[in-house]
Design a protein around this ligand. Structure first.
Ligand SMILES: [Zn+2]
Ligand SMILES: [Zn+2]
Length: 258
């Protein structure tokens, strides 16, 4: 076998042994479709009911922008938690939140084969418990209108966090997507590449990426990691390192056998 053929066979083998995202059951698929439909409907209802207020108070755009900032911060917090703490074997969260992020670091391209529903269903589900009380309180409290505009930014944009993340991995996104990325309106490709560099401990925010720089300047995540370790004795990324070395061992053993 020539060295070129040997290298091609090894690459093929590596692709086979890399961890991949779970294939979802029909019931999970129905849950995800339902979550997207409900969250989208609630967002449209919120937009329709907030529109007169927005037109009457154009400066309330500030609340919308603030909502997008909070969505980006929340994406970073959730991503950091999934990369840093917990065990892959934890009930529900382990399989649905922690493992996908761990697989994603070792095999980022596998994310590109997930379709719109698979990509956005779980994040849409998280918006429903926020949107329902907001719609209820909208006309019942003096601050309801402004809070509604804030939530339009938080949920309306935050709902598509995983979509923006997936687009940041595409080599050739559609021209409109590329334009939004280049303007910094959604997560940019270059910015997200920083997270995929070892040791994967920067640029956690994956909605717009707006919070990444300020949080890094504050040393935000290393500080709270030290605080969590001090209070609980837990070591950051303990399970993550175990997951990674398990797959590296598999790679090494298979390559050797070959
Ligand atoms: Zn990560
Ligand atoms: Zn990524």
């Amino acid at each position: 076998m020539s060295s070129e053929q040997s290298s091609a066979a090894e690459n093929k083998l590596r692709i086979v042994v890399l961890p991949a995202h779970d294939e979802f059951s029909v019931s999970t698929r129905i849950f995800e479709i339902t979550s997207i439909l409900i969250a989208s409907t609630l967002c449209v209802l919120l937009l329709i009911r907030s529109l007169p207020q927005i037109l009457a108070h154009p400066t309330w755009a500030v609340f919308w922008i603030l909502g997008v900032f909070v969505a980006d911060f929340a994406s970073g917090l959730i991503h950091w938690f999934a990369d840093t703490w917990g065990h892959e074997t934890m009930p529900i969260l382990g399989r649905r939140l922690l493992r996908p992020f761990r697989v994603h670091h070792l095999n980022p391209n596998d994310f590109l084969r997930r379709d719109f529903i698979d990509c956005n269903g779980d994040v849409a589900f998280l918006q429903v418990p926020i949107l329902v009380p907001v719609l209820f309180l909208l006309d019942r409290t003096p601050w309801g209108g402004a809070f509604g505009v804030f939530c339009l930014g938080l949920c309306g944009v935050g709902m598509f966090t995983n979509q923006f993340h997936q687009w940041a991995h595409q080599r050739s996104p559609a021209p409109l997507i590329r334009w939004l990325q280049d303007q910094g309106l959604i997560l940019g490709r270059a910015q997200h590449r920083r997270h995929h560099r070892q040791p994967h401990q920067q640029a956690y925010c994956i909605t717009t990426g707006w919070c990444n720089k300020p949080l890094e300047l504050m040393g935000f995540f290393p500080r709270i990691e030290r605080w969590v370790t001090c209070c609980t004795g837990l070591q950051p990324r303990a399970d993550y390192h175990a997951f990674t070395s398990r797959h590296r061992t598999t790679l090494g053993r298979n390559s050797h056998c070959h």
